[in-house]
Write a protein that binds this ligand. Sequence first.
Ligand SMILES: NC(=O)c1ccc[n+]([C@@H]2O[C@H](COP(=O)([O-])OP(=O)(O)OC[C@H]3O[C@@H](n4cnc5c(N)ncnc54)[C@H](O)[C@@H]3O)[C@@H](O)[C@H]2O)c1
Length: 454
Amino acid sequence: MTHQNLSSNPKQKIQNIESPKGRVAVLTPGMGAVATTLFAGVEAIKRRLAKPIGSYTQMGTIRLGKRTENRSKLVKELVPLAELDQLVFGGWDIFPENSWEAASKAQVLDKELLTAIKEPLSKITPMSAVFDNSYIKNIRGPNVKNYKNKREAAELLQADIRNFMKENSCDRAVMVWCASTEIYNPIKKVHSSLAEFEKGLLNNDPDISPSQIYTYAALKERVPFINGSPNICVEIPAIHELAREMRTPICGSDYKTGQTLMKTIVAPGLRNRLLGVAGWYSTNILGNRDGEVLDDPGSFRSKEVSKKGVLEDILSAEAYPELYKDLCHIVKINYYPPRGDNKEGWDNIDIFGWLGAPMQIKINFLCRDSILAAPVALDLALFMDLAKRADLYGIQEWPSFYFKAPLTAPGIKAENDLSIQLLKLENTLRFFSKEELINHLGMVHYGVDEEELQ
Ligand SMILES: NC(=O)c1ccc[n+]([C@@H]2O[C@H](COP(=O)([O-])OP(=O)(O)OC[C@H]3O[C@@H](n4cnc5c(N)ncnc54)[C@H](O)[C@@H]3O)[C@@H](O)[C@H]2O)c1
């Protein structure tokens, strides 16, 4: 939550969020492996063909009050989230295949399950995309928009959002970025303010990427935006300004799945026990379209930045120079088509303990990338719809649990430790529902009355 959200007396609104009525459009730029695994999963869960494993909003429980109260609730019973039945999926892609065809091609889910949900998935066809080959080199497709400048591109996307909501009788929408990783595009002058950015849209500034145009279009329509990739879009000051102006929430970046999820589970444990880390070598083989896009050095650079920051932040050389100042951290991704979506990640971790004695840890994770990403995308869509209904706007830090490179208010250091991120998420949900925040102090068990400590 940003500080300015709280200072304008929104407590009333945040703590009295009404139950959601009507339908929510979940719009995904990109209808590839992650998006179609999300759509297919929700359709299968609605038909009771599968369980929402991995989704905190659907399966998570949260402890409430003191431990002595023995009280807990399902997350979805604590806060008024939209029901899965209220979600309507749509999106954009440069390839014209419908979601059933795209899901079949992605080969994430088994054929039997896909056959059972062919009807609803076949109806989700992609709108034409705003695409620029100079930002994504390794793919080309025919389903793209023509426009004279980037301002018109944004207007076409805004019209798509409005038409989709009208045709599908939706009351609200959220946009969840599920398209490919663009080349690394650091913040420049054109991103520095909304005025500069809007000038750049008109002048077709080459430093404005498609993901930034989608973000701009979503916010202009007051649609919350979630960045599931390492693209620089919700990070730019122009977008922060627009999100505040349109009172609309944004969050990102890059879903925390696979190898990075493992890193944020293991690394805090090593640091908390004051074990040194000399080196962390991570490599992956991946054969889906995401892997093909990341085979381009420009797109890989974006991924490398979001993947590497996590470890350097958790294993802080500043706080613990004797333990981490010489940390050698290497990350590689190799495109290996036979593997499809079944990524394999290897981590070799060289650690040292008492008196400097060296030890090693090896992690071999045979993960299913989109299986890990789909519940994350679902939770984020539901939480950002909740945030919008609570009138929260601008940068949302409380969903950092889901991201490799959590977006924070300018000047604030991100928290990358998964368990602290969960604590933050849980306390935010407790706050929404007027429940006591839990600090795990628990002094009453040592004979001290906590009220006397207030
Ligand atoms: N799979 C994971 O676990 C995971 C984890 C973290 C982040 N991500 C990120 O999520 C994104 C999607 O991953 P995926 O595995 O679904 O990839 P994918 O290649 O299967 O799907 C991406 C789709 O986006 C489309 N696309 C590219 N540019 C577009 C544009 N400008 N407008 C509309 N569509 C566009 C492509 O045609 C493709 O169909 C990637 O950025 C990836 O890095 C994935």
